[in-house]
Design a protein around this ligand. Sequence first.
Ligand code: ZN
Ligand code: ZN
Length: 145
Amino acid sequence: MDIPQLRPQTCVVCARPFPGRYALKTCSDECRKAWNRKRHKTYYKARGPRPCVVCGQIFDGRTTAKTCSDECRRAHKNAVQKTWAKTNVARVRVMQARNRQKPKQREYAKVYREAHRERQRELNARYLLKMQIAMAIAQELGIEL
Ligand SMILES: [Zn+2]
Ligand SMILES: [Zn+2]
């Protein structure tokens, strides 16, 4: 079997090839730190005080947020959803029809979960019992488990 994780990679910082896992981007700790610093900078570069897209109030935007508060965030989300609904009328209809069916499905899922929990409890109890018996026998025979 071949090991795909050990394909040669090229370091994104110093461009040196190195053997490494697929997800690795850098050859060394040094390069990894440099890469993280760079990413950090580009992420935060566009950040800073900016107006809220809902109320226009300037807010201290240290994250990717578009709005100043939870309230505005909700309002913005609603607006986005409404716009989406207007342009996706057919899909909204399908979703509404699906939602009408949901109460029955939810009820079924609940019953299923409860039955499953019961069964899991039973299996756990049986497993514990088996372990206890095995340990008792082992103790009697002087075997360390
Ligand atoms: Zn490197
Ligand atoms: Zn706002």
